[in-house]
Design a protein around this ligand. Structure first.
Ligand SMILES: [Ca+2]
Length: 123
């Protein structure tokens, strides 16, 4: 790539970052050419420690074993709305994981409580 293009790209990226401060997260939750976008969940705040992901359109499943009740942040890098639940099998309090949104910390009330989730609908 020519130097001029690199510099222009960097300037554009900085400007873009300032214009859209709410842009998601970590860069770990990447798209797939075959499966499209996905949502990712992390054991720590600020998208640290990804322990599970779910492709857009995937149905409800439980998080089990050491993954149960550990989620502190999430990002949805897909065009589909999703949701997470405090109890298994889609029960308990439901929290939206809307398309193209992310949460760097779910807050102390909701921290370490996710037991099931889906990527085919919001609450
Ligand atoms: Ca729970």
């Amino acid at each position: 790539m020519k130097l001029g293009i690199v510099i222009w790209g960097a300037v554009a990226a900085i400007g873009f970052g300032l214009a859209i401060p709410a842009a998601a997260g970590s860069g770990n939750c990447t798209r797939s050419s075959t499966n499209g976008g996905r949502a990712c969940v992390y054991v720590n705040s600020d998208y640290v420690g990804m322990f599970a992901y779910k492709w857009q359109g995937s149905g409800l499943s439980n998080v089990t074993g050491s993954n149960n009740d550990v989620m502190s942040s999430w990002e949805n890098e897909s065009s589909r709305n999703g949701a997470w639940y405090k109890d298994a099998d889609g029960r308990g309090e439901c929290n939206n994981m809307l398309a193209w949104k992310s949460t760097s910390y779910v807050g102390w009330v909701d921290n370490d409580d996710m037991s099931s989730w889906r990527m085919n609908n919001s609450c």
